[in-house]
Design a protein around this ligand. Sequence first.
Ligand code: ZN
Ligand code: ZN
Ligand code: ZN
Length: 237
Amino acid sequence: MGNDNYLEKENFKSLVEAAGKDRVQDRLNIIEVFLGTEEHITIDQICRLLTEEGYDYEPEFVRQCMNQMVDLGFAQKKQFEGQPICYEHRHLGRHHDHLICTKCGKIVEFANDDMERLQVQVATKHGFHMLQHRMDIYGLCAGCLAGRRALLPLALAKTGERVVIREIAGGRTARARLASMGLRTGDPVEVINNTGEGRIILGHDCTRLAIGRGLAQTIIVSLPDDGRGQDKESSEG
Ligand SMILES: [Zn+2]
Ligand SMILES: [Zn+2]
Ligand SMILES: [Zn+2]
C-alpha cells in the first residue's frame, strides 16, 4: 500500500509540474494526506487531517487541489443522497460500488463481478455500449438494524421501507380516520416518502396516501423481518 501511494504521488507530481502549477510541495502534502486515508472524505475532513499533520491551508486551495486530483484521475468526487460532497481514491483498473446507511451515514464498498456482468448485459440488450455507471444501494447497516425496535411508530419508519400496521393507538377518532382511508391493522404499507417532517406518503394497495405526522405517531408498525417467515420468496430464476 505504502509503495502504491509513493508511485501515485510521484505520478501526480510529474503531471502537476508539467502543467506548470505553483505550490507543488503544498499539493504533494495534500495528496499524501488524502492517499493516507481510506475513507470517503469531505473537504472539511481533509482540512482537519491536514491540520493534524501540521499543515494550515485555506479550504479553497484544498478544494481546488482536490478537484485537480479528480481531473487528473487520482480522486473521485461523490455525493450520496442526504450527504455532503466527498472524495475517495480512484485506483486505476479497479472499480467498486457502495452501500449507504440512511440512518448513520456509514458507507460500505463492494465489488461484485456477477453484478457488473449483468449491467453490461442489460445495456447491450438495449443497444447501449456501457461507458460508466454507479450502483448505490441505500438501506440500514447491520449496526443500525440491530439497534431498531421490532415495533415502532410509523413516523419513524424510513423512506423505502415496507412495514405492517400492528396497532392503531390513537383512539376511536384516529381509527375512524384511518379506516376512512382504508387502512386497517394487519395491512402492509410501503413508506414512499418520510422526510422526518411534514406528512408521510404511503403506498397502500394501489393508492398513495398522505398521513399527517401526528396521526403517524399513533400507528404502530413492525418491520417485515421480525416475522422471520416473510423473506420466503426464493431468489432463484
Ligand atoms: Zn459497479
Ligand atoms: Zn447505520
Ligand atoms: Zn468508495
